[in-house]
Design a protein around this ligand. Structure first.
Ligand code: PRX
Length: 655
């Protein structure tokens, strides 16, 4: 589409429109919402510890805490002296009243098979599997790695591991054998739980094969528990591999929960950073559970009769916090779906919403942009009138996608909560409260009550109106405690920038004159591809691992649906021909090393990469080339000709 307006002018008009398009909460929503007025922000601000302690008091504790917060920057401890168990809070406590027979999980597999579990049934499964883990020798503090499709067993295994005090580490099923191996080794996990297959767009996902490959060099694993998902033949290693369903037959459905210290580890979740090595983000029990419990209740305005569906895979933090722990701690009915949104047709999500009468729907902007592209006819085929609230997470949502979501999915009546947070924050941090906040499409709005966030400049000074870095200025209960086995990296990556005074999020943001936050994407070498976080260094290491590659630089470029896509600039070794076949091979190589989610869209061969005189690759210029922008300053380059050549080559390729 050409409008005849220059891009810069168009952007300025957009900014104006974005900041001035406002949606106050609909009266009918507001009147029934948990939070109806803004006074809570001030009250929480005056006494954050008292406020968070109030939330923690809504959980079940074996022993009350004696101190709410101990903050020795950058290390926080919440609810010291308190003892609790996450599985008790997500399951047992609902068995005392009418929730006992309430549906906890409504699951649908991609082929259309279904399963539903009441809280009582979930409790039996969790207790059984907790006993299985114990029988396999798992003790408090041991690590358990999960590499599973989106099936109920994944949620069950999480809760079972929490029940006995084991630390779970879930690896998303889209990661490769090598990624799985590295993460098992980093965590020194004792047990691996996987499945004979998963389903994705009608095809098997070969999880067990990848697990076998990973285990060739992951000696800490003693046993592999395999869930049988249909009749898919796999190799079974006697003595090491065990079937989930057989183990479950042999154990009782009663397992005493381990009383955990508030600060005992609940899980490790690996995420990408600015180096080639993923980091194991550490979350503990009491604070994490308090944070996800509170945010689930207020951000989604969750009520007893809601049918809640968060489409995230449990392999990511969104699945941990808002498929499992947050909603189950609230006693919600949670929809879980295994497969792709476009299988067997592009209306699968809408069919599920109609079928299960979903009232709260939480998904990613990348999915919304794909739905928009597929066309309105797909949602139109289903009755979506059960919906009352919509949410998004994972990346900035462009106002056009927000408006489409609001109108075509929400029928113009559902508030849209754009929630900003991270694997590290554990819980939603910046978000509307749907009964209070006037929404502006494209803005995640304001910090959740009790959360302190600001935009800071390089020097750490507050930017009241304008752009800078998003920063978190006070500890919050669900914050990461450290990076597993690497506290130095924890201190350096998140706290060094402002000398322990604020947490560096890695995100650029601006604040408007009403204090709203507008997130602008990452400012470090982390990319966000279809809502998946990928480190450029990881992809570069995977590329240079290939024998044909001498050097590689990976940058993000805008992508209509995925938000960002990967463009890799590659220099091949002498004597190697830079052919289209090689480009294909390199893409496959990255998929094999990291996983399909990291496969670059473009491989651009180049005889040289633009470098400063000190030899540093100038990624900024490569980004400009990939985005087709006018090139910035090239005077610091060792060989300015390199970029000119690359730019010509890239433009030729893009045609
Ligand atoms: O850049 C921000 C983006 O996703 C990053 C965190 O990624 P991850 O740890 O994988 O967690 C994703 C799910 C919580 C952030 O640093 N991000 C997340 N939510 C938003 C967002 N960017 C803009 N708006 C959001 N609502």
């Amino acid at each position: 589409m050409t409008t005849g307006i220059k891009p810069a002018a168009r952007e300025a008009i957009h900014v104006f429109l974005e900041e001035n398009r406002k949606f106050p909460p609909p009266a009918s929503f507001q009147s029934q919402a948990w939070v109806k007025d803004e006074s809570i922000y001030e009250r929480a601000d005056k006494d954050p510890e008292g406020y968070w302690a109030h939330w923690a008091g809504e959980l079940d504790w074996f022993k009350p805490w004696t101190k709410v917060l101990e903050w020795k920057a950058p290390y926080a401890q919440w609810f010291l002296g308190g003892k609790l168990n996450a599985s008790v809070n997500c399951v047992d406590r609902h068995l005392k009243g009418p929730r006992k027979n309430k549906t906890a999980i409504l699951w649908e597999g991609e082929p259309g098979d279904t399963r539903s579990l009441t809280y009582e049934e979930l409790s039996r499964e969790v207790n059984r599997f907790a006993n299985v883990l114990k029988k396999l020798g798992v003790r408090k503090g041991d690590r358990v790695t999960l590499y599973l499709p989106m099936i109920p067993e994944l949620a069950i295994a999480l809760l079972a591991s929490a029940r006995i005090g084991a630390v779970h580490s879930v690896i998303f099923g889209g990661f490769s054998a090598e990624s799985l191996r590295d993460r098992i080794n980093d965590a020194q996990a004792k047990i691996l739980i996987t499945a004979n297959r998963g389903w994705r767009r009608g095809k098997p996902v070969a999880l067990k094969e990848a697990a076998d490959e990973a285990l060739k060099a992951a000696p800490s694993i003693e046993k592999v528990v395999v869930v049988k998902r249909g009749d898919h033949p796999i190799e079974f290693k006697p003595g090491r591999d065990l079937w989930w369903h057989e183990l479950m037959k042999e154990v009782s459905d009663q397992c005493e929960p381990e009383p955990m210290e508030s600060e005992d580890l609940l899980f490790i979740l690996y995420t990408s950073g600015t180096t080639g090595k993923p980091k194991g983000i550490v979350h503990t029990t009491g604070g994490y559970l308090t944070g996800v419990y509170a945010t689930t209740k207020w951000v989604f305005d969750l009520k007893e009769n809601d049918i809640y569906w968060c489409t995230a895979d449990i392999g990511w933090v969104t699945g941990h916090s808002y498929v499992v722990y947050g909603p189950l701690a609230n006693g919600a009915t949670v929809v879980m779906y295994e497969g792709a949104p476009d299988w067997p047709e592009k209306n699968r999500f809408w069919k599920l919403i109609e079928k299960y009468k979903v009232t709260i729907f939480y998904t990613a902007p990348t999915a919304i942009r794909a739905f928009m592209k597929w066309g309105d006819e797909f949602p139109k085929r289903s009755d979506l009138s059960s919906l009352r609230l919509l949410g998004t997470v994972g990346e900035p949502i462009n106002p056009e996608a927000w408006m489409w979501y609001h109108e075509k999915i929400g029928g113009g009546r559902c508030p849209v909560v754009d929630t900003w947070w991270q694997t590290e924050t554990g819980m939603i941090m910046i978000t509307p409260l749907p009964g209070v906040t006037t929404l502006k499409p494209g803005s995640a709005t304001k910090p959740f009550p009790g959360v302190s966030a600001e935009v800071l400049n390089e020097a750490g000074e507050t930017v009241s109106v304008g752009g800078g870095y998003a920063a978190l200025t006070k500890p919050w209960p669900a914050m990461l405690r450290t990076i597993f086995n690497d506290s130095k990296r924890y201190e350096e990556e998140y706290w060094l920038k402002w000398k322990g005074k604020a947490y560096f999020t890695g995100d650029g943001a601006k604040r408007d004159d009403e204090g709203y936050f507008w997130f602008l994407g990452r400012v470090d070498d982390v990319l966000n591809v279809a809502g998946h976080r990928i480190g450029t260094m990881e992809v570069e290491s995977a590329l240079v691992d290939h024998p044909a590659v001498a050097e590689a630089a990976v940058v993000g470029k805008s992508h209509e649906i995925k938000g960002q896509a990967l463009a890799a600039f590659v220099t091949v070794k002498e004597g190697t021909a830079p052919t289209p076949e090689l480009a294909q091979k390199l893409k496959d190589h990255v998929a094999k090393k990291i996983g399909v989610i990291a496969r670059p869209d473009d491989i651009i061969f180049s005889a040289d990469l633009p470098k400063t005189r000190s030899g540093k690759i100038m990624r900024r210029l490569l980004r400009d080339i990939a985005e087709g922008k006018t090139l910035g300053d090239t005077t610091t380059l060792a060989d300015p000709q390199v970029v000119a050549r690359l730019k010509d080559q890239y433009e030729e390729k893009e045609g």
